[in-house]
Design a protein around this ligand. Structure first.
Ligand SMILES: [Fe+2]
Length: 291
């Protein structure tokens, strides 16, 4: 409490906000608190666009060198998913035909020493080609899990699945957070991303998102959740025989390939990394955050 009051008073002393500005601020927060819709809680969206959620996630999910970095889970994870096999050469698909531009995702699940992790459970979810998650559709328009799936890595730690190239989408902007973005001249978009959750016994669960290099929003994510280590290059594959082997319904269509290894930390490695990171942050905070 002492620290909150200290920082709030510093803010007031630095800005000399007026009584009418205080009223506006109270009004803004009141409206934010009163707004809770099917889209969720407005304070959650506000926390996102101010970078608070991403910052807290970064601090408490810091990873050791070599491990795949994390990202926030976001509001669209669902247990209602499709099973897409348990094999590194799996031809399973998380998306139905016609849901977007073909994408093939593959790689290995390993530990930080590069040893394969077999039987890791990978949950993945993404938008379809229109920028919507299946659970954003009305019940009547929704035909089962779509653009999401669960699979397992094989004996060599390999995983593979077909999906679609996800697209960038705006967060909900019909509340106070949207008004604030508009006043700040900020766009409301998240860059396109593939969500992943990877679980394996003896390792920390990895929750992350993979982004794409050529995305126009990759350097200005509205919720500040992109880490450069999570940005990949999508490679166009024009060889119909490879497309056929990978199980695409129309092998004459070009598909994009995303190759990405997923590296898990043990609880011990994770704990050491978080301790080190938090000590560094404390050191910076006592020197002033700009130091
Ligand atoms: Fe998302």
């Amino acid at each position: 409490m002492m620290l909150i009051v200290h920082h709030l008073h510093s803010f007031i002393l630095e800005t000399l906000i007026t009584p009418s500005e205080l009223s506006s601020a109270i009004q803004f927060l009141t409206e934010t608190g009163q707004r809770s819709t099917d889209h969720g809680q407005e304070f959650v969206i506000l926390s996102g666009i101010l970078g608070i959620s991403a910052l807290i996630d970064s601090i408490h999910n810091a990873k050791p060198p070599g491990a795949t970095e994390g990202a926030v889970i976001g509001p669209f994870f669902s247990e209602d998913t499709r099973d897409v096999g348990s094999n590194g050469d799996s031809l399973g698909s998380i998306a139905s035909e016609g849901k977007g531009f073909y994408m093939y995702v593959h790689g290995r699940v390993t530990d930080t020493q590069g040893n394969p992790i077999a039987g890791a459970i990978i949950d993945t979810w993404e938008t379809d080609g229109t920028g919507l998650y299946d659970n954003q559709y009305e019940e009547a328009e929704r035909d089962g899990p779509e653009c999401r799936g669960r699979l397992r890595s094989d004996e060599e730690g390999k995983y593979a699945f077909r999906g679609v190239v996800p697209v960038s989408y705006p967060i909900y902007v019909d509340g106070t957070a949207g008004k604030l973005l508009e006043r700040l001249g900020r766009h409301p978009f998240r860059p396109a991303h593939l969500h992943l959750q990877v679980e394996a016994p003896g390792y920390e669960t990895l929750i992350t998102q993979l982004y794409f290099k050529d995305d126009v929003y990759v350097t200005s994510d509205v919720i500040f959740d992109v880490k450069s280590s999570l940005v990949s290059d999508l490679k166009p594959i024009t060889d119909p025989s490879l497309s056929a082997k990978r199980g695409f319904v129309d092998p004459n269509k070009v598909h994009m390939e995303l190759e990405r290894d997923l590296v898990l930390a043990t609880p011990g490695e994770g704990e050491a990394a978080r301790k080190k990171f938090q000590e560094e942050l404390t050191r910076l905070a006592t020197k002033g955050i700009g130091a």
